[in-house]
Design a binder for this molecule. Structure first.
Ligand code: DAH
Length: 341
């Protein structure tokens, strides 16, 4: 019996308990109810009564030894797992603030234009960016092979030049008049494309907002009042508007719209090239041919239309000097529009 106890004591000392599996094997072998130490306790009955007390004490010592080794190994193992789970991340560090995004300046200005026109009864219409010759040119009174078509360097999508990327939002005027009967009062914001070299002042993708008002007795005075109102709402009450005679195939008469230069307040600077005025778009009375092309009786109805560049308006409003900033998406530029709705 004493020998057996010594043997088990040696085995316990030699046992390797570095892993969870080894620890479990150790528990079964020495601590469990069917383990070696439990078996020795069973043998205690066969020990002579006068030795039983001493052997019993030895067995208890052995039992404690095994339990101690087990507890120690278990603790070590728990610490090791906790350490390996440690990714080196310091949970007490302050969090990185979650920065809020900003709306793109062109979206801000587009929404503002819409809000201003909605207040005087305009609704919003949209049309496709991929268009056909009819909606971009022919219905708008651009005669076939007319040099006016070359005014707008077009990206054609088909060999026969029928499919194209719209060069202006005036296409939506046509779609609206084809679909609905007057009275019509709508603004049409959207993206347009032109085959132009990219520079501080020109881009091959930009945005326009088109306006159309068709009803009985619509006059040039209505056009002027509408755009005076818009300019004052958009750029402030001191803004002046001036109309310069111009030509567009789809309006007669036609005028370009200028506003007082916001940079120098009309005194003359290099943005307005010393004139005190900057152009924001084109306008005019809808040509009767265009009304007729869309099956609207030009004897009964008349209308005005205008088209403005959203980039141009944004540049004037926020004094941005390079068009390319709008598409580069440099966050340092975009973050400056924080908090503006
Ligand atoms: N579509 C013209 C352009 O892109 C702008 C324009 C001028 C629109 C006069 C109009 C208008 O509706 O009446 O240059």
């Amino acid at each position: 019996m004493v020998e057996k106890i010594q043997q088990v004591e040696q085995d316990i000392a030699a046992a390797v308990v570095g892993s969870a599996a080894e620890l479990e094997a150790f528990r079964i072998a020495y601590i469990g109810r069917k383990g070696k130490i439990a078996a020795l306790f069973d043998d205690l009955k066969q020990v002579a009564p006068e030795q039983r007390r001493q052997v019993g004490q030895e067995l208890n010592r052995l039992k404690n030894l095994a339990q101690e080794k087990f507890d120690q190994a278990q603790e070590q193992l728990a610490n090791a797992t906790a350490e390996s789970a440690d990714t080196g991340f310091d949970f007490t560090l302050p969090t990185v603030p979650n920065t809020l995004g900003t709306r793109h300046p062109l979206s801000l200005v587009r929404s503002e234009i819409i809000r201003i026109f909605e207040r005087i009864g305009f609704n919003v219409s949209e049309g496709p960016e991929m268009e056909d010759d009819w909606h971009n040119f022919t219905a708008l009174n651009f005669p076939e092979n007319h040099p006016a078509r070359e005014m707008q360097d077009t990206f054609f999508l088909s060999q026969d030049r029928d499919k194209l990327l719209r060069t202006h939002t005036s296409t939506v005027q046509v779609r609206l008049m084809e679909m609905q009967k007057p009275p019509l009062r709508s603004i049409m914001p959207g993206r347009v494309y032109r085959n132009e070299a990219i520079s501080a002042r020109a881009h091959m993708v930009f945005h326009q907002v088109e306006g159309l008002y068709v009803d009985k007795n619509v006059s040039f005075a209505d056009l002027k009042q509408t755009l005076y109102y818009f300019a004052k709402e958009m750029f402030g009450p001191d803004t002046k508007v001036r109309f310069r005679p111009s030509f567009f195939p789809f309006t007669e008469p036609s005028a370009e719209i200028d506003i007082t230069c916001l940079i120098c307040k009309g005194e003359g600077c290099n943005i307005c090239k010393g004139t005190g005025w900057v152009e924001i778009g084109g306008s005019g009375m809808v040509d009767p041919n265009v009304l007729e092309n869309c099956s609207i009786d030009s004897e009964t109805y008349s209308g005005f239309a205008f088209g403005m560049g959203i980039e141009r308006i944004t540049m004037l409003k926020y004094q941005i000097k390079d068009l390319r900033l709008f598409t580069e998406n440099d966050v340092r530029f975009l973050r400056q529009f924080k908090g503006i709705l």
